[in-house]
Ligand binder design. Structure first.
Ligand code: GTP
Ligand code: MG
Length: 203
């Protein structure tokens, strides 16, 4: 019987499998679906992965932006792989590394066969820009879905949250009802995110 991911509990078997510079370094094992976690440097990608799978140190979290510089693959179950993508917009890397980052990202996003969705993380305190919008365009171009998630919602007082969600949603051209919120610190949003992810697991 295949393992079914219906609830966060199924993520308890999550394990780190590989860091790779190029997508081909981690073969896309059919019939697994793959969901990538994308966002600006320091937005909270690695923290969110740890929260989603209920493990403190599965993905490396750092106060230093740009910590995750490779494609990091995590096997969640027999059906799902998560890929922690390097953060966009880290200024301190040398130009040669930036070029490599861009090549790696475009190769991954354009040709990764099992990629069914990209979870696009956006900091609650920051207005999304061209890069986030281009990720959404990329999704329709290459045929994967977008799961928009606002991170660090604990940084926004409760009375302001609705407004913040509306503003971010409007900026990326999606209805506010489609944008999820999360806090890896205050442990908010996990169920909703798993629900959204489940829709992109092909069975
Ligand atoms: P890179 O790999 O460098 O691109 O960063 P990342 O997007 O993986 O971010 P990471 O998870 O390493 O978190 C960056 C910083 O934000 C760390 O100091 C985290 O503790 C903090 N952080 C992450 N999630 C949350 C959250 O939900 N709330 C708050 N308040 N801080 C958070
Ligand atoms: Mg990271």
């Amino acid at each position: 019987m295949t393992e079914q991911i219906k609830t966060p509990v199924a993520a308890f078997s999550a394990k780190f499998v590989k860091s790779a510079i190029w997508p081909k370094d981690y073969p896309d094992i059919s019939p697994r679906s793959e969901i990538a976690i994308a966002g600006r440097s320091n937005v909270g990608k690695s923290s969110l992965i740890n929260y989603l799978v209920n493990q403190k140190q599965l993905a490396r979290v750092s106060n230093t932006p740009g910590r995750t510089q490779l494609l990091n693959f995590f096997e969640i179950s027999q059906e799902l792989v998560l890929c922690d993508l390097p953060g966009f917009g880290y200024a301190k890397v040398p130009p040669s590394m930036k070029d490599q980052w861009e090549e790696m990202m475009s190769l991954y996003l354009s040709s990764r066969k099992p990629l069914t969705a990209v979870m696009l993380l956006m900091d609650s305190r920051r207005e999304p820009g061209e890069w986030e919008i281009s990720m959404i365009t990329c999704g329709s171009q290459f045929g994967w879905g977008i799961i928009p998630v606002i991170t660090k919602i604990d940084k926004i007082v409760k009375s302001q949250r609705k407004l913040v969600i509306q503003k971010i949603a409007q900026k990326i051209g999606l209805p506010a009802s489609k944008v999820l919120v999360s806090s890896s610190d205050a442990l908010e949003g996990r169920e909703e995110i798993w629900e959204a992810m489940n829709r992109f697991v092909i069975r």
